[in-house]
Design a protein around this ligand. Structure first.
Ligand SMILES: Nc1ncnc2c1ncn2[C@@H]1O[C@H](COP(=O)(O)OP(=O)(O)OP(=O)(O)O)[C@@H](O)[C@H]1O
Length: 856
């Protein structure tokens, strides 16, 4: 057996091998040691290998999901080796033969489909990257079948991966940019990929799915190869790939996502994120769609307007909204049930979920289809995506009992009356059981043992049981009973009649189970034949859930419809930060709404104000409002007009990236460089205290230069918060720069934050007042006050930190002169027609000498 284990282990050396033995999956050798440590279960020993005891541990099959989930979370991959023949067949073979086993599945984080192993509200992306100057990305979610690709630059690929946050990334061997499952390079060949995709989707050309670049095909092909390799012959659900067009969504890089906490909060989970704060969806599929929408806001104004129209319609039609949400709340997750059915890991419950979900979808479609002049286009389009699943629902209704069991082997899933032959088999089994009861009564009378019982267990099957003290007379040869087992206190017997009945019952039961299994399989095929239409229905349902949930939010939280167009407007009236607002309100404080108008003559705002006044909140809330608006949501503001933002950058409070060995300041500069090279005139840039991580002079100088570059070169909309009051001078020089400050007042020696954003710069920093609020001891504060008075006196005398900057020439006024290259200058001066061969040789020698000087 260990030889069989080792052979299988060699097929999946990077996995823990779950080796099926009866009702357990056993692990051996290092696998056992690793699994026991991760799962915190007992490590035992079994036999010896090369004279050394073999470590072993095991998990029961019925609870395997739970253990698998923990191992996958712990960073392991698991190969499952099942028994692939009946043990009786193995036993019947001559010699000491063991049951044949084979790896039937490799479980990895990106290929999960079981409900128990997945987060209901998050997509479970498996992504593949084909690196190169033009990088190809492909990603799929095997739990729902979604499959998409994108061609992009390496930087964009990093941002895309941050958006998707894949559960698993596959990359060619040797690629080291981020943790990935390595795959052989040939699997990333575009040619092979194309052939693989064509064969998987049974098409002669991929053109029908969209226009792909070779890098996208390479990534999609590698992804498919991996899916097939881990599924080991089963066919997971996968829709045809859909290429994502470059520029169709707002570009948001990884640092911006983290700083704005769009879909992950401070702890890296959903809690505390914008997504969690605004999520009112009532289905898991809706929550997944909302997450996807927020992670990828649109850039096409008409498409955004279509989403907003649908939200507005649900806002206006409150009764319809409430009814729709009630209907959706009862909806099972049919997208994921479909994923389980496709891959072959399903239970009869999944069939019932499909029946109930599709029936509800039909009812919902009928309820929302009443023609009306005001029906928004997206509603009409979404309803058109609902499939006509009437006959499938009918077939499932006829075939299944209302609540089938979880266990496919338990029987009892198929409704009575569906199949006369099955009913007859069940009848036979039932009659047999009644006959067993009759036999029990007869035997009690015959033997005079009133407490005689006929029982059933897995080892003996049906048997007669009496207390030991009544057993002796029954042992007699003429008792008609056959002794089978003596236990402490009870003795068990068989009889010819009982054996006959047991065999009838068992046969009928087996045949009934086989008939049920065949019916269940037929129903599964019926569903899979409509897989594409069901996946489409599931997506349409998720879209309705998102729109009605956003409408519910807008109606109850007083959000308003933004106007989004192709201008560069950014005008927010009384904007709020939804997450901070919720926190502030939970503490029974009011949230102060603020305006922001980045119109052409003030597209760059320099925001000052004391610590804790609310600068970061103000900056972020405007970025979030742009994200929400372009995701198709109403926004937390009285009114908003936003010109489509193509790229969003936010740098708020850079933290040390110790994992990558970069200091705060280095991180900040790397990120600032990314903005300066990536932003366009349609971008929105949020910069919070750029330059604060270094010495005051360096920091001010960098902040100054960045502001000038944003103003003159990028010419984008920008909010820039700073404690460098010296920067206010730039207002005189940069015509589209406006100053604003967040207000605070000192009152009776205390600092009171008003959180209002007002035009103009803050009068002072209040740093010491904040320090006092924070509990810095009085002697330290007194000393600090003294130091401050000195510094300020000196500043006023010398002109301060920014002395001498007032007559600094404007940024870009003196373009750097191209460095003169003496070699080039000399070459340029040569007129080949006017020199003799001798002069030419001399010149050559001079040029060589010049080159020597340069290299020295
Ligand atoms: N508009 C507002 N209305 C009510 N409370 C607010 C508002 N803005 C901010 N706050 C409160 O003030 C706290 C501090 O806000 P924030 O972090 O934005 O300040 P800051 O000025 O950026 O501070 P620092 O300069 O120290 O980073 C928030 O956690 C919140 O409780």
């Amino acid at each position: 057996m260990i030889a069989q284990f080792l052979t299988l282990k060699a097929e999946a050396p990077d996995c823990l091998l779950f080796f099926r033995m009866g009702d357990f999956y056993e692990l051996f050798f290092e696998d056992a040691v690793a699994a026991a440590a991760t799962l915190d279960i007992a490590l035992t020993k079994r036999g010896e290998h090369d004279g050394v005891p073999i470590p072993m541990c095991g998990v029961p099959v019925h609870a395997a999901d739970n253990y698998l989930a923990r191992l996958i979370k712990g960073g392991h991959r698991v190969a499952i080796a099942e028994q692939v023949e009946d043990p009786a067949v193995a036993r019947a073979r001559p010699g000491k033969s063991i049951v044949a086993r084979a790896i039937t599945r490799v479980v990895t984080p990106g290929t999960l489909t079981e409900a128990g192993l997945l987060e209901p509200k998050r997509a479970n992306w498996l992504a593949a990257i084909a690196p190169g100057p033009q990088t190809g990305l492909a990603w799929c979610d095997l739990s729902t079948g979604a499959f998409a690709t994108r061609a992009c630059t390496p930087d964009e690929a990093t941002a895309e991966l941050a958006r998707l946050a894949p559960a698993e990334l596959i990359a060619p061997e040797g690629w080291k940019d981020s943790p990935a499952t390595p795959r052989p390079l040939p699997e990333f060949s575009a040619q092979k990929g194309e052939a693989r995709l064509k064969s998987r989707f049974a098409v002669v050309t991929l053109d029908g799915f969209g226009a792909f670049t070779p890098s996208e095909i390479a990534a999609a092909g590698a992804l498919l190869a991996y899916v097939e390799a881990t599924a080991k012959g089963s066919i997971p659900l996968l829709s045809p790939p859909r290429p994502e067009l470059p520029g169709s969504t707002m570009a948001i890089d990884a640092a911006t996502r983290t700083s704005l906490e769009l879909t992950r909060g401070p702890g890296g989970t959903r809690a505390g994120s914008l997504e969690a704060c605004i999520d009112r969806t009532v289905t898991a599929a809706g929550a997944r769609q909302l997450g996807a929408d927020l992670a990828a806001p649109l850039t096409d104004a008409p498409q955004i307007a279509a989403r907003l129209d649908l939200v507005a319609w649900f806002c206006e039609n409150a009764v319809t909204r409430i009814r729709t949400r009630e209907a959706l709340a009862a909806m099972p997750d049919i997208a994921r049930a479909l994923g389980r059915l496709a891959v072959g890991r399903w239970t009869p419950r999944d069939l019932a979920q499909m029946r109930d979900g599709l029936a509800l979808s039909l009812a919902l479609k009928a309820a929302l289809s009443a023609p009306s002049l005001t029906t928004p286009t997206l509603l009409t389009d979404t309803l058109a995506r609902f499939g006509a699943h009437g006959s499938l629902v009918e077939a499932l209704r006829r075939a299944l009992v209302p609540e089938p069991p979880h266990d496919p082997g338990a029987g009892g899933s198929i409704a009575p009356g569906y199949d006369a032959a099955l009913d007859a088999l069940r009848e036979t089994a039932r009659d047999g059981r009644t006959a067993v009861l009759g036999l029990e009564t007869r035997l009690r009378e015959q033997t005079g043992v009133a407490a005689l019982k006929i029982r059933h267990n897995g080892v003996l099957g049906y048997h007669i049981e009496v207390a030991a003290r009544f057993a002796d007379p029954l042992m007699a040869a003429d008792s008609g009973l056959i002794h089978r087992q003596t236990l402490a206190g009870v003795v068990r017997f068989g009889s010819v009649d009982l054996a006959a009945l047991a065999s009838t019952i068992a046969q009928a039961g087996d045949h009934a189970l086989a008939a049920e299994a065949a019916h269940l399989e037929e129903l599964r095929s019926l569903i899979l034949a409509e897989a594409a239409a069901i996946a489409e229905t599931a997506q349409a349902l998720a879209r309705l859930d998102v729109a009605s949930a956003l409408a519910d939010l807008a109606a109850t939280e007083n959000w308003s419809r933004p106007k989004v167009d192709a201008t560069t407007a950014f005008h927010i009236e009384s904007g709020r930060h939804p997450v901070v607002e919720a926190a502030v309100k939970a503490a029974r404080n009011p949230f102060v709404a603020n305006d922001c108008d980045l119109s052409a003559d003030a597209r760059l705002w320099l925001v000052t104000g004391p610590n804790m006044a609310g600068k970061s909140t103000f900056l972020r809330q405007n970025a979030l409002i742009a994200v929400l608006a372009q995701a198709g949501s109403f926004v937390p503001a009285r009114a908003a007009h936003i010109g489509v933002v193509d790229r969003l950058f936010s740098r708020v409070g850079a933290a040390d990236d110790l994992a990558q060995g970069r200091s705060t300041f280095m991180v900040e500069m790397v990120e600032t460089a990314a903005i300066l090279s990536g932003a366009t005139s349609c971008s929105l840039v949020i910069l919070d205290e750029v330059g604060r991580g270094t010495s005051t002079y360096d920091g001010l100088a960098i902040a100054w230069a960045v502001l000038e570059a944003v103003h003159d070169d990028l010419q984008c909309r920008c909010l820039f918060a700073t404690h460098y009051h010296e920067l206010v001078q730039l207002k005189e020089r940069l015509k589209s720069l406006a100053t604003a400050h967040v207000t605070a007042r000192e009152w009776k020696g205390d600092l009171v934050f008003l959180h209002e954003v007002k035009p103009g710069a803050a009068d002072k920093s209040y740093g010491l007042a904040v320090a006092r609020l924070a509990g810095v001891p009085a002697p330290v504060l007194t000393r600090a006050r003294g130091v401050l008075a000195r510094l300020e006196a000196n500043r006023d005398k010398t002109g301060g930190l920014a002395a001498g900057l007032s007559d600094l020439p404007l940024f870009g006024a003196h373009p750097a002169e191209p460095a003169t290259d003496p070699l080039r200058a000399k070459l340029a001066a040569i007129d080949p027609d006017a020199i003799t061969p001798r002069e030419a040789l001399d010149l050559l020698a001079d040029l060589k000498a010049l080159m020597g000087e340069e290299q020295a």
